[in-house]
Write a protein that binds this ligand. Structure first.
Ligand SMILES: *Cc1c(COP(=O)(O)O)cnc(C)c1O
Length: 325
């Protein structure tokens, strides 16, 4: 497969039209005052299934060979491994495209997530997170059942789909000086870089990852993909250990820098969203906003785009974070 470019993002936008939500770009006077800048929040917490991942999942499944797109009972279908938003995104996108989906998820995943995934029509295969290799299980299922494996970030169609979030943002705001993007495996950031280079040349794009899992920053410094142990952070959507073969070169060539934020800064941003903007945002979804606040002097007087990537959060944990318990 060839690396994606901006024309792939445009094609993804056409595929997603009428299927993905066009999420709002919200402003907040108190956020602007805190940063001395003009902040534009692209709110993917309001996307279908609650995160931008629906974009990449739908764009990837919609392009499978016609044989795969036959009615569910005749289609071999798709398989994915994920403990979080990617599983739900694949299950929902597959359901909408009448494709069967199999999701390999940890047996101790939050019951709400397992339920949501089954609710979208996905078949859940559980594994023991401490003993089993989930990728090996997914690959075996793919081989045995003729399923197509859709990875969470390192895939050209997934990257192009995620880029439509930034594309919509620039359509709404015009060119921006700065764009801050949450960063795990880099699918979202790579897609946003393709959109920014074409639609807002000169825009400084930053990836934001958890302090405990700064593999992308290390990779940029080293000039190669650095793999780290699974990081301990409340940003569960960014507990990735390495960038991908497709995402790394796009990020290396396009990103201005990678910033990091602490879990405490994520909680502060989560509270800000709840209190000031009346939005439920999951910890990983707060990465970019937390960097907007933590590095405020850097953005003074500038127009800054902030991707709010998702809103799927365990409510008991959310109550503890918000209540400061
Ligand atoms: C997956 C995810 C991310 C990270 O996306 P990558 O493409 O892996 O970098 C950020 N935020 C949320 C809410 C996610 O689900």
């Amino acid at each position: 497969m060839r690396a994606p470019d901006f024309s792939d993002v445009q094609a993804a936008a056409a595929r997603l039209r009428g299927h993905a939500h066009r999420t709002p770009v919200l402003r907040s006077a108190s956020a602007d005052a805190r940063c001395g800048a003009e902040l534009h929040f692209k709110c993917e917490n309001f996307q279908r299934m609650g995160a931008f991942k629906f974009r990449g999942a739908y764009n990837a499944i919609a392009q499978l060979a016609p044989a795969q797109l036959a009615p569910a009972q005749r289609s071999p279908g798709v398989v994915a491994f994920s403990s979080g938003n990617h599983a739900q995104a694949i299950a929902l996108a597959a359901q909408l495209l009448s494709v069967q989906s199999t999701l390999v998820m940890p047996s101790d995943a939050p019951p709400a997530k397992l339920e949501a995934t089954r609710g979208y029509g996905g078949e859940v295969v559980t594994y023991d997170r401490y003993a089993d290799d989930r990728e090996a299980i997914a690959r075996r299922l793919a081989a045995e059942r003729g399923l197509t494996l859709i990875p969470p970030y390192d895939h050209p169609d997934v990257i192009a789909g995620q880029g439509t979030a930034a594309m919509e943002l620039f359509e709404d705001t015009g060119p921006l000086d700065v764009l801050l993007v949450c960063l795990g495996g880099g699918g979202l950031l790579s897609g946003c870089l393709l959109a920014a280079a074409a639609m807002s040349p000169g825009c400084e794009v930053y990836g934001v990852e958890p302090e405990a899992g700064d593999d992308a920053r290390q990779s940029l410094r080293a000039g190669r993909i650095v793999t780290i142990p699974v990081p301990q952070t409340i940003a569960d959507g960014a507990m990735t250990t390495r960038l991908g073969e497709y995402t790394f070169p796009i990020i290396r060539d396009g990103v201005r820098d990678v910033l990091t934020v602490s879990d405490d800064e994520l909680v502060a941003a989560m509270r800000f969203f709840a209190e000031r903007m009346k939005m439920v945002v999951e910890p990983t979804g707060c990465l970019a906003a937390a960097a907007a606040f933590a590095h405020a002097p850097q953005w003074r007087g500038r127009r800054v785009g902030v991707i709010v990537s998702g809103g799927n959060v365990d409510l008991a944990a959310y109550a503890r974070w918000i209540g400061g318990l």
